[in-house]
Write a protein that binds this ligand. Structure first.
Ligand code: SAM
Ligand code: SF4
Length: 358
């Protein structure tokens, strides 16, 4: 069995105040950063651009839609993400060509792995075409995170398009608990079929993400561990995080990673395993940038403002200028919010996981 508990940060640590600026200022921030970088004649390290804490840019998460067919209680609660919710209009979304161009430029700064996410990425029309375009960029490991609802239908076409692996979110095996978590009455059986279809298509090793929320699905920890033990799939438990400001996050609903470990260890003694590369598991070593659906770069899940790349992209910026902008964004990165946050961060403005891409 390969069970990887994922600690998404330490909620017991201290608060760091995060400056909030208007989105309109984002592209001028990018220009200022590029000027600053040029002025100091800084260049990318041969093995990737390094931030202020020595962390290389290695992973890029791309959110391809802010929409979803689930309303997971910890992510897109129904009472907020209802019929009238102002999702992004279509022309605000990066096109496939724009995404592929940026992916190439991120790769030039050191990115070796791209994960498509959202919202629910399989809802983006013709996602297979984007996958083909990204798969054509040599040297990129290409993967996707999905709720699995459409996976049974799409696994083979995703594989044929060039997708290498998938991560499937699965918070419970018990059907009624699962339906409570997704809040759209979606049956767990269909996600399990999706996981089987992904395995049959060769989208392996499959990773499974389970967010554990106190009093909602903590009793699912052991059934999930038992079910996937020996399956070859990698089961990861994720602490319920205070991302966004709509999920009503409360510290007492977090089941700490240590408690998840203890629960599993009581039945299946656990041995620690090393991450495959720095940044794979711990946010402390985070080497990940996020590109939002509308082309803003976030260097931290708990950041409040993105750096707008869509504006210069659509204004005709050259590859060199955009590459410099990406390097400058990463180079000035000093955030370690996930290490420092406390319950009080719940009051800070934050971006939604479904928009930034979880
Ligand atoms: N819709 C896809 C899915 O659910 O897999 C991809 C996007 S979703 C935002 C990506 C991941 O973020 C999922 O594994 C989900 O469980 C996780 N997530 C969302 N909100 C979270 C929260 N508040 N705390 C921890 N994980 C969260
Ligand atoms: Fe949708 Fe994924 Fe968020 Fe659930 S976690 S609401 S499936 S984006």
């Amino acid at each position: 069995m390969s069970i990887r508990p994922v600690c998404a940060g330490n909620p017991m640590a201290k608060l760091i105040p995060i400056p909030v600026r208007r989105a309109a200022q984002a592209s001028s921030r990018v220009e200022a950063l590029v000027r600053d970088m040029r002025a100091r004649s800084l260049r990318s390290a041969p093995d990737g651009t390094i931030d202020t804490r020595g962390r290389p840019l290695r992973d890029l998460r791309i959110s391809v839609t802010d929409r979803c067919n689930f309303r997971c209680v910890y992510c897109m609660p129904k009472d907020v993400f209802g019929r009238d919710y102002p999702f992004l209009p279509h022309d605000e979304l990066l096109t496939f060509e724009e995404i592929a161009r940026l992916a190439r430029l991120f790769k030039a700064q050191g990115v070796v792995k791209v994960r498509l996410t959202g919202g629910e990425p399989l809802l983006r029309k013709n996602i297979e075409r984007l996958i083909e375009m990204l798969a054509a960029i040599s040297g990129l490991d290409l993967t996707l995170t999905t709720n699995g609802a459409l996976l049974a239908r799409k696994a083979q076409s995703l594989k044929d398009a060039g997708l290498e692996r998938v991560t499937v979110s699965l918070d419970a095996l018990d059907d009624s608990v699962f339906r409570t978590m997704n809040d759209v009455d979606f049956p767990v059986e269909r996600v399990l079929e999706g996981i089987d279809a992904a395995a049959a298509a060769g989208l392996a090793p499959i990773k499974l993400n389970a967010v554990i929320k106190r009093s909602t699905n903590e009793r699912e920890i052991l059934p999930l561990a038992r079910h996937f033990r020996g399956s070859g799939h990698i089961l990861r438990f994720i602490e319920y995080m205070d991302v966004g400001h709509t999920n009503g996050w409360r510290m007492d609903e977090v089941v700490p990673a240590a408690e998840v470990l203890k629960t599993i260890d009581a039945e299946f003694p656990i041995e620690p395993i090393d991450p495959n590369y720095p940044g794979e598991v711990a946010d402390r070593d985070c080497t990940r940038a996020r590109l939002s659906t509308d082309g803003k770069v976030y260097t931290c899940l708990f950041g409040t403002e993105g750096f707008d790349l869509k504006t210069p992209l659509r204004a005709g910026a050259s590859d060199d200028a955009l590459g410099d902008a990406i390097a400058a964004i990463w180079r000035q990165r000093a955030d370690r919010y996930s290490e420092l946050r406390t319950a009080a961060t719940g009051a800070l403005p934050k971006v939604e996981m479904s928009y930034i891409g979880g």
